[in-house]
Design a protein around this ligand. Structure first.
Ligand code: KG4
Ligand code: ZN
Length: 339
């Protein structure tokens, strides 16, 4: 079995996977409640929480799998990008475990974890992934499309400013919704009706016809519209719901606008699969629309199980299985930014 450890942000997670990618255990200690009073993640609190939860989670994971530490063959840990203090707790813990047990340690880029996550299954072995696929990672920290060929990951676009999840979170905070904002906006959006006449959100475009995403214009537009229409959690519930539905639509429209540009610029043969990943991939409206996009284009769309969308260690262990480059535990270093 491979042990995965993830502590890059506000979730302490430990998972045990078999070689075929079957997830035996995937435990997540969420710190959301601890950060909620501050409206976002407080790095110092995150590090302390990871410190408190990491080893009890390892002990529980091994017990839940009905195994012992001796059944572990390899350890994979998120080495970056993320909050440096939070990453250090996971990396130091993984180093101690691997060194103590005489096991190899694989350093994983958090993004690689997300990229391969759509191929994990709730039960049973992982879905065989094609040699090449298109990956769209949409999370609190990233909005990018990648061309994945074997183990090579080529970035095709990125966000020029805010990430999509960050935009959900910031606008949610402004209208008084608790952190994290994405699921909250979705909940209210499901009660409302999108009305682009009443809430005209901009569709950011670049003069250079770049395929990059941009979310700061939609964020600024949302804050202006929320002010103008007195949109707040303490105000008119139906106006709030319609605002959320329109805002969510605008964020998703930006994704498809740029996905279409990226797609149209691909040389043939084009990839046959599109794998969506990251916290925002848990959004129901987005999932429906991307499935529709796939049907129209004749592309197989892979959506991760909802529990593998947000940060989790199963995806880190799985990336470890893909990578298979175990190293000396003493040589792994945490990095807040990764090229
Ligand atoms: O992947 P993730 O757990 O952490 C990062 O690596 O960033 O993503 C967290 C992000 C947050 O911005 C959160 O608001 C967003 O994912 N998110 C959602 C939904 N669930 C989580 N956004 C929209 N709809 C959701 N259902
Ligand atoms: Zn993430």
């Amino acid at each position: 079995m491979i042990l995965g450890i993830e502590t890059s942000c506000d979730e302490t997670s430990v998972a045990l996977l078999e070689r075929d990618g079957s997830v035996r255990v995937n435990l997540i200690a969420s710190q959301i409640e601890r950060h909620r009073p501050f409206g976002g993640v407080v790095p110092e609190i995150a590090s302390r929480e990871h410190l408190q939860h990491l080893f009890p989670l390892v002990t529980r994971a091994v017990a839940d799998a009905g195994s012992t530490l001796n059944d572990i063959d390899c350890v994979a840990v998120t080495a970056g990008p993320g909050l440096i203090g939070a990453l250090l707790v996971g990396v130091a813990g993984a180093q101690g475990l691997a060194y103590g047990l005489g096991l190899p340690l694989i350093a994983i880029n958090h993004l690689e974890g997300h990229i391969f996550s759509p191929y994990l299954q709730k039960e049973g072995p992982a879905i065989p992934r094609p040699e090449r696929f298109l990956s769209m990672v949409i999370s609190g920290g990233h909005s990018s499309i990648y061309d994945v060929r074997g183990r090579d990951v080529v970035m095709l676009n990125r966000t020029r400013d805010d990430a999509i999840g960050e935009t959900f979170d910031k606008v949610a905070k402004f209208i008084g919704l608790p952190y994290p904002g994405g699921p909250q906006i979705e909940k209210h959006a499901n009660q409302g009706r999108a009305d682009a006449k009443r809430f005209p959100f901009p569709m950011p475009q670049f003069k250079d016809e770049s395929a990059d995403f941009s979310y700061s214009g939609i964020k600024a537009g949302a804050i202006r519209l929320a002010r103008e229409h007195n949109i707040h959690v303490s105000g008119d519930a139906s106006a709030l719901a319609d605002f959320c539905a329109t805002f969510q639509d605008a964020l998703i429209a930006q994704l498809f606008d740029r996905l279409d540009v990226v797609w149209s610029r691909l040389e043939s043969p084009v990839p046959t699969e599109l794998a969506i990943a990251g916290g925002v991939a848990a959004n129901g409206t987005l999932r429906d629309r991307v499935a529709q996009w796939g049907r129209e284009k004749g592309v197989l769309v892979r959506l991760p199980e909802k529990k593998f969308c947000t940060d989790n260690a199963a995806m880190i262990a799985f990336a470890g299985l893909q990578k298979g480059e175990p190293g000396d535990p003493r040589r792994v270093t945490a990095r807040s930014r990764v090229q």
